[in-house]
Design a protein around this ligand. Structure first.
Ligand SMILES: Cc1ncc(COP(=O)(O)O)c(C=O)c1O
Ligand SMILES: N[C@@H](CCCC[NH3+])C(=O)O
Length: 465
């Protein structure tokens, strides 16, 4: 197969540059231990991807445990320092959760944000202390609320007027006073994809500040002796890179927080600013370090509290992607290659791998950009612009829309796609009856299966004859 080189391809995104050396890894995108060995093979946690693929097969999510935990601890330490110990970091389990991860989070001194009965079940099975667990969701089932209250979880974040009664009834049933937050829609247009933006008015989450529903909810919760209102919550969206949106959100939320003291004589002890901190998937993205983020948020909160003449409440944040995302790459094996003539006479090389939209839906769903590299060897071949696609029966089944890969890429080579630790395994499906990949945690030269590979038997076991 000839290599199309750069010239023969019609569409190259403006941010994508042909690499000086095709074997180099893009900086800031890979987990800390990932590097290319002298033999050209990618290594993580001291283990080569060849060995991982030989023992565990592909596709597989390969997670650098030390990287994941270092990011979790960096958030915890940065926020503790910036808020002088008056802050909590809730890891948002929706990004990726399994029993091992829940244990790491608890061991490393973080709290855990869950948003379904299933995530709560994982947290409880991992023996995360219930008071360190939060439950979110715009339509928590009564059974989920009941289980959360019975387990004694630390906070339920109320998302609708109807839910206030449901949580209060569960608290009465169990003879407890349930600590709750109220999720407030602060009307911020976060500069991110519409589907991951959550604080503008016309969407399903939260209770509107501008419309007065949030204030109504506050009165209703305060009037209910089965509930204890701990604070207000706002989450403006995901994959956000600057603190402007957080600043507006924090100011509006603190304004409402202050009005509770003024109107009800109640000082709420806490406030929750949600998550949403962006990570680098490609060279386009420039994320904020946890320390800078913590310092900037502390500055905003402390300044605003001073202006409002109120005490600084304890602050929570809920990062998911920024902890889990960079820790993991997906390891695929190349199956087929095809050069396809596209508009204007260009050529696009389609590289098909053994997974796809069932293990990474983000490209199809959000138009997300990823990068990738040839992982099983180095190469001196000239770069070819490629599109990495999956094996599903869907033309939108794209993993990496555009990437320069060595022109001698061949069936059997391993490709690694970085930044897949968040919202990939957790959003995986069994589309086309493709079993979901395992998650392998690598540390100090050892690989541990923390989520096993799904098998055809698992899938068939669901069918009833
Ligand atoms: C309420 C809430 N908290 C935290 C998160 C975590 O977001 P991210 O993974 O972008 O940090 C989300 C998801 O967007 C969320 O809805
Ligand atoms: N799942 C989304 C983020 C939404 C998070 C939940 N509010 C993503 O992959 O980017």
């Amino acid at each position: 197969m000839h290599s199309p080189g750069y010239g023969g391809v019609a569409t190259v995104p403006s941010w994508l540059r042909p690499p000086d050396n095709i074997n180099d890894l893009l900086p800031g995108i890979w987990a800390q231990s990932v590097h290319r060995g002298d033999d050209g093979v990618l290594r993580v946690g001291g283990v080569s991807v060849d060995d991982i693929a030989a023992e565990f097969g592909t596709p597989a999510f390969v997670l650098d445990e030390a990287d994941f935990r270092a990011r979790a601890v960096a958030f915890k330490d940065a926020f503790a320092a910036a808020f002088q110990g008056n802050a909590d970091v809730y890891y948002a389990g929706k990004a990726f959760l399994c029993t091992a991860v829940a244990r790491w989070i608890a061991e490393d001194g973080l709290m855990l944000d869950t948003c379904s009965g299933g995530e709560l079940a994982v947290a409880l099975r991992a023996e995360v202390p219930p008071e360190k667990i939060a439950l979110h969701g715009n339509n928590k089932l009564e059974s989920e609320i009941d289980r959360a209250v019975a387990a004694g979880i630390g906070r339920i974040v109320i998302d609708s007027m109807i839910e206030i009664d449901r949580v209060a009834e569960a608290a009465q049933r169990h003879g407890v006073v349930q600590p709750v937050f109220i999720r407030v829609t602060v009307g911020v247009e976060a500069h991110t994809h519409e589907y991951v933006s959550t604080a503008h008015e016309d969407q399903k989450f939260g209770l509107s500040l501008a419309g007065g529903v949030a204030a109504e909810a506050i009165s209703k919760v305060l009037a209910n002796p089965a509930l204890r209102l701990v604070g207000l919550h706002s989450h403006i969206g995901s994959q956000i890179f600057d603190t402007q949106g957080f600043e507006v959100a924090a100011r509006r939320l603190l304004g409402l927080h202050a009005s509770v003291e003024k109107n009800h004589g109640v000082v709420l002890p806490e406030i929750d600013l949600g998550g949403g901190y962006g990570i680098a998937y490609t060279s386009q993205h420039d994320p904020l370090e946890p320390k800078l983020l913590a310092d900037q948020l502390a500055d905003i909160v402390i300044r605003e509290c001073r202006a409002l003449e109120i005490a600084v409440p304890r602050v929570s944040i809920e990062p998911g992607r920024a902890i889990a995302g960079p820790s993991t790459f997906t390891l695929y094996r190349v199956g087929t290659l095809k050069d396809v003539t596209i508009d204007h006479g260009g050529v696009r090389r389609y590289v098909s791998v053994d997974g796809g939209m069932s293990d990474n839906i983000r490209t199809a769903l959000y138009d997300a950009d990823y990068s990738c590299t040839l992982a099983s060897r180095g190469s001196d071949a000239p770069a070819a612009l490629c599109r990495v696609v999956g094996k599903h029966c869907e033309s939108g089944d794209i993993v990496v829309r555009d990437e320069f890969l060595p022109g001698d890429l061949a069936p059997g080579d391993l490709l690694a796609v970085p930044g897949t630790g968040a919202y990939c395994r957790s959003m995986a499906s069994q589309y086309n009856h493709v079993p979901r990949p395992p998650v392998l945690a690598v540390r100090d030269g050892k690989v541990r299966v923390i989520v096993r590979r799904e098998t055809e038997e698992d899938l068939l076991a669901l069918d009833v004859d």
